[in-house]
Design a protein around this ligand. Structure first.
Ligand SMILES: Cc1cc2nc3c(=O)[nH]c(=O)nc-3n(C[C@H](O)[C@H](O)[C@H](O)COP(=O)(O)O)c2cc1C
Length: 302
């Protein structure tokens, strides 16, 4: 018998718990992955106006991961709604649209603008991008600021609101509690971990913006720890991400408390990573004789 892989996040029904992580996956993967097989697609963060992102170099390879400082390059909401969204809406896969603003007001206006767009299952609110700052600080690093953004988005949308949290904080559970109180329906964690790399030949930082976000297998223990802590503190569904490359990685996240998982950097190394992770989860459930994926959620807690 095949295990039941379906899960629900904030009212979004997913045929399986494997999603894409924002900014790391798009329709260019369609030749490698049947996009209808995925549980949900989280899209690259969009902003009200088009953004060019940061100057190059903006990515660097690191042992067991990468640094990126893409800086939310995107065509802006109008082109997103006119060009990017329509073909994706035809898929049999829920679409999660990631939004960001330079001010709290921009987050609200963006959410309001998307109200009339068809085919969006939820908004993921990116308060955690290390490359975009307001007043010198990422919104997601201060609980009160994070809550204010979520409250504003909540007031401007009828859709489920997913808050994407930053690991670059002392107490991620405090931020999770603040956004839960402000009306978040689910949580995505984690975004990238702030880091840097230096070229010893030029003796200068490799990234033009000096700092970037570390992702990939190197951050998996940090992400798992965050999921564990937040699962203990807050009763909201969690989408876990950070270094997931295999089905076994994903199972660790379920055991720590994630209801769904997202695959990011692994897609860049292996375009079929999402379906490989899905297959790995299926094989694990079969091998262990577990009939329902939901039995794993939080089951690792002691
Ligand atoms: C090249 C790149 C671009 C990214 N762009 C976004 C983005 O636009 N919005 C966002 O919320 N996260 C973005 N992320 C973060 C990922 O969605 C994810 O949270 C993080 O990379 C951890 O997962 P991973 O280790 O599987 O990549 C980006 C990551 C990478 C590597």
């Amino acid at each position: 018998m095949k295990a039941d892989l379906s899960v629900e996040i904030a009212g979004i029904r997913m045929k399986n718990p494997v999603m894409t992580a924002a900014g790391t996956f798009g329709t260019e993967y369609a030749p490698f992955v049947d996009l209808n097989r995925l549980g949900a697609l989280a899209l690259k963060t969009i902003t009200l106006e088009a953004r060019e992102g940061n100057p190059p170099p903006r990515v660097a390879e690191t042992p067991a991961g990468m640094l990126n400082a893409v800086g939310l390059q995107n065509p802006g909401v109008e082109r997103f709604v006119a060009e990017i969204l329509p073909p994706l809406v035809e898929l049999d896969t829920p679409l999660i649209v990631s939004i960001a603003g330079a001010t709290v007001d921009e987050y609200g206006r963006l959410a309001a603008r998307l109200e009339t767009a068809r085919g969006i299952a939820a908004l993921e609110v990116n308060i955690s991008c290390p490359n975009v700052r307001a007043g010198g600080i990422a919104f997601g690093t201060v609980p009160e600021m994070a809550a204010e953004v979520i409250r504003t988005v909540r007031a401007n949308t009828s859709r489920p609101v997913i808050a994407k949290l930053s690991p670059n904080v002392t107490d991620i559970a405090a931020v999770a509690l603040a956004v839960a109180k402000a009306g978040a329906d689910a949580l995505s964690l984690i975004n990238t971990v702030l880091g840097t790399a230096i070229d010893i030949r030029t003796r200068r930082p490799i990234l033009a913006s000096v700092f970037g976000g570390l992702s990939g297998p190197a951050v998996k223990p940090i992400a798992l720890r965050a999921v564990w802590q937040v699962y203990k503190a807050v009763r909201l569904p969690i989408i876990g991400m950070g270094g997931i490359t295999t089905g076994a990685d994903a199972v660790e996240f379920f055991l720590a408390g994630a209801t769904a998982v997202a695959v990011g950097t692994a897609n860049i190394v292996n375009p079929k990573a999402t379906v490989d992770v899905l297959q790995g989860i299926e094989e694990y459930l079969k091998r262990e004789g577990i009939p329902d994926i939901r039995q794993l959620i939080g089951a690792g807690h002691i």
